[in-house]
Write a protein that binds this ligand. Structure first.
Ligand code: NAD
Length: 491
C-alpha cells in the first residue's frame, strides 16, 4: 500500500521520527501504517526504523548513562513518581490510542491499559529503599550497579504496561533504555516519551526506535553496546532474540507465552469459578499471556460447571470498543482473527464439544476482527487447543479423575507462566506448590505488583515486579576491601 495516499483517522497520533536523545528525529520517509482492527482504516503512521537508527539511539543511551547512573536511587525514584503523574494526566490520550490501534474496549483501556503503568512506576519507586544497593559481607563490599544500556522489546497486547514493567525497574536501577515498541501498537511510545521529558528525566535516558522485530529488534539484540535485552513476546521470537544476543553474551531476560491452567478442586465455589474464569480468560479478548485458557475440573463436576460458564458468558457483549458498555472488542488484527478462528475450527475438528461461541464472523460486526468468545467442553488435554497458545477468547474445559492427574495435565504443556487453583485453602496451597509455574492465583486472588511475575520452562527465564524485577536490571560487584588482611590469593 502507498502510505502517502492514505487518510489517517487519528493523524494527531502519528509519529514523524524516532525519539532519540530527547528529540524526535527528522520525519522518516519509510513508514508503517497502524490500522484499526474495527474498520481496517489507517489510524496513524509511524517510522520504520533501521539498524542505523538503532546505532544512533544506543549512542544516545550510552552518552546519558554516566549522568543518570550517578543520580541517587532516591532521586531516580522521585523522577519515576513524576513520570507516573505525567502519565496519569494523559490517561484519556493513552486509552484512546490503545483502543484505536488494537481495539481494546475503552473502559478497559482507561481502567487497566492506561491506569496500570503509572501504578507500576509508583510501586517500583516506593520500594527503592528495600534494595541492598550496597552491603558488607565479611571483607567484601557488595555493590549493585546498573547493567548499562538496556534494549526493551515489547508485545502489543498491553503495550504501555509491558513497557513499564521493564522501564520503571531499569530506570530505577540507573540504566538507560532503547525501546522498540510492537508494530501493531506503537502509538503510546511517543506519549510516554513526552511524559518522561516532562518529568525532568534527562535526554537520552529513554529512547524509542519504531520498526519491525526482525530489523530493529534484532539490531538491538545483536548490538555490541547494548548490555541487556529485556524481551516480552512469543516464545518463538524470544528464542530468536536469545540466539542473536548470544554473540555478545549480553544478559537476556525473557517473558514469553503461556497456556495457564485453572484447577478446580472438590469443594470450590462453582459460581466464583465461572465468573473468575471468564473474566480472566476473555478480558482483552483473551489476548493476555497469563490468561487461564484451560479449566481443569473433576469429572463429576464437569457438566454442571460448563452450564454455569455458559450462563455467565451471556454477560460478555461483543461490540464496538469505543462503547463504554462493551466488554469484548475485536482481536488486535486480521492476522490474529485468522489464527484464533483457525484454532476454533481445529477444536471442533479434533472432537471437542462446542458449548458456546464458535467459528466465523460475528453477526453485525462482519468487517472487523471480531470473534465469538468460545467455550469448548470435554477437551482432550493433548489436543492442539489444549497445548498451544491461542491468544484469543477460547476456553478449554478438561475433565480429570484425581488431583495427581490434574497436576500432570496442568504441567503437560511447554509453558509454565501462571496457574490458578479454586478450592479449600490448604488443599489449594498444596496443589500450587506442585505446579511448575511462576505465579499461582488461589480462589480469585488479585495481582500483587510486589510479587515476582515470570515463567518456568518455555515461558521465560526472568522475573518482573517488586525488588525481584529491579534486581534483574543490576550487576553485582564485590570489592574485596583488604581490611581483614588475610593474605588470601585472588581466585
Ligand atoms: P511477538 O513475539 O510476535 O512480538 C513481540 C515483540 O518482539 C514485538 O515488538 C516484535 O516486533 C518483536 N520481535 C519479533 N521478532 C523479533 C526478532 N526476531 N528479534 C527481535 N524482536 C522481535 O509477540 P506478540 O504477538 O507481539 O505478543 C504476543 C506474545 O507475547 C504471546 O506469546 C504472549 O504470551 C506474549 N506475552 C508474554 C508476556 C509475559 O509477561 N510473559 C506478556 C505479554 C505477552
Amino acid at each position: 500500500m502507498k502510505l502517502e495516499n492514505m487518510t489517517e483517522t487519528h493523524p494527531h497520533l502519528s509519529v514523524g521520527g524516532h525519539w532519540i536523545a530527547g528529540v524526535f528525529t527528522e520525519d522518516s520517509p519509510s513508514r508503517s501504517a497502524v490500522t484499526s482492527p474495527v474498520t481496517g482504516a489507517v489510524v496513524a503512521t509511524v517510522p520504520s526504523g533501521t539498524a542505523a537508527d538503532v546505532d544512533a539511539a544506543v549512542a544516545a543511551a550510552r552518552a546519558a548513562l554516566p549522568g543518570w547512573s550517578s543520580w541517587s536511587p532516591l532521586s531516580r525514584a522521585e523522577a519515576l513518581e513524576r513520570m507516573a503523574a505525567e502519565l496519569t494526566a494523559r490517561n484519556e490520550e493513552i486509552a484512546q490510542a490503545i483502543t484505536a490501534e488494537i481495539g481494546v474496549p475503552i473502559s478497559l483501556s482507561r481502567a487497566a491499559q492506561a491506569a496500570l503503568p503509572p501504578a507500576v512506576a509508583v510501586a517500583t519507586a516506593q520500594i527503592v529503599s528495600e534494595i541492598h544497593w550496597e552491603q558488607r559481607i565479611g571483607d567484601s563490599l557488595i555493590v549493585r550497579e546498573p547493567v548499562g544500556v538496556v534494549g526493551a522489546i515489547t508485545p502489543w497486547n498491553f503495550p504501555l504496561q509491558q513497557t513499564m514493567t521493564k522501564l520503571a525497574p531499569a530506570l530505577l536501577a540507573g540504566n538507560t533504555v532503547v525501546f522498540k515498541p510492537a508494530e501493531l501498537a506503537p502509538l503510546t511510545a511517543a506519549i510516554l516519551a513526552r511524559a518522561i521529558e516532562d518529568a525532568g528525566i534527562p535526554a537520552g535516558v529513554f529512547n524509542v526506535v519504531f520498526g519491525a522485530g526482525g530489523v530493529v529488534g534484532e539490531a538491538l539484540a545483536a548490538h555490541p553496546d547494548v548490555n541487556m535485552i529485556s524481551f516480552t513476546g512469543s516464545t518463538a521470537a524470544g528464542k530468536r532474540v536469545a540466539v542473536v544476543a548470544s554473540g555478545t553474551v549480553k544478559r537476556v531476560a525473557l517473558e514469553l507465552g503461556g497456556k495457564s491452567a485453572n484447577i478446580v478442586l472438590d469443594g470450590a465455589d462453582l459460581d466464583a469459578v465461572a465468573a473468575h474464569t471468564l473474566m480472566n480468560s476473555w478480558t482483552n479478548s483473551g489476548q493476555a499471556c497469563g490468561a487461564w485458557t484451560r479449566l481443569l475440573v473433576p469429572s463429576n463436576l464437569h457438566d454442571e460447571l460448563v452450564e454455569r460458564l455458559v450462563a455467565a458468558a451471556a454477560e460478555y457483549s461483543v461490540g464496538d470498543p469505543s462503547d463504554p458498555a462493551v466488554r469484548v472488542g475485536p482481536l488486535a488484527s486480521e492476522k490474529q482473527w485468522e489464527r484464533v478462528n483457525g484454532y476454533i475450527k481445529r477444536g471442533i475438528a479434533d472432537g471437542a464439544t462446542l458449548a458456546y461461541g464458535g467459528p466465523g464472523r460475528v453477526e453485525g460486526l462482519e468487517t472487523g476482527a471480531f470473534v465469538r468468545p468460545t467455550i469448548f467442553a470435554r477437551v482432550d488435554p493433548d489436543s492442539a487447543i489444549a497445548q498451544e497458545e491461542i491468544f484469543g477468547p477460547v476456553l478449554s474445559v478438561i475433565a480429570y479423575d484425581d488431583v495427581d492427574q490434574a497436576v500432570e495435565i496442568a504441567d503437560s504443556t511447554m509453558y509454565g507462566l501462571t496457574a490458578a487453583v479454586f478450592g479449600p485453602h490448604n488443599e489449594a496451597v498444596a496443589v500450587a506448590r506442585r505446579l511448575h509455574v511462576g505465579q499461582v492465583y488461589l480462589n480469585g486472588a488479585g495481582l500483587n505488583m510486589r510479587a515476582p511475575f515470570g515463567g518456568y520452562k518455555q515461558s521465560g527465564n526472568s522475573r518482573e515486579f517488586g525488588t525481584f524485577g529491579i534486581e534483574e536490571f543490576t550487576e553485582l560487584k564485590a570489592i574485596q576491601l583488604g581490611e581483614a588482611q588475610t593474605g588470601g590469593v585472588a581466585l
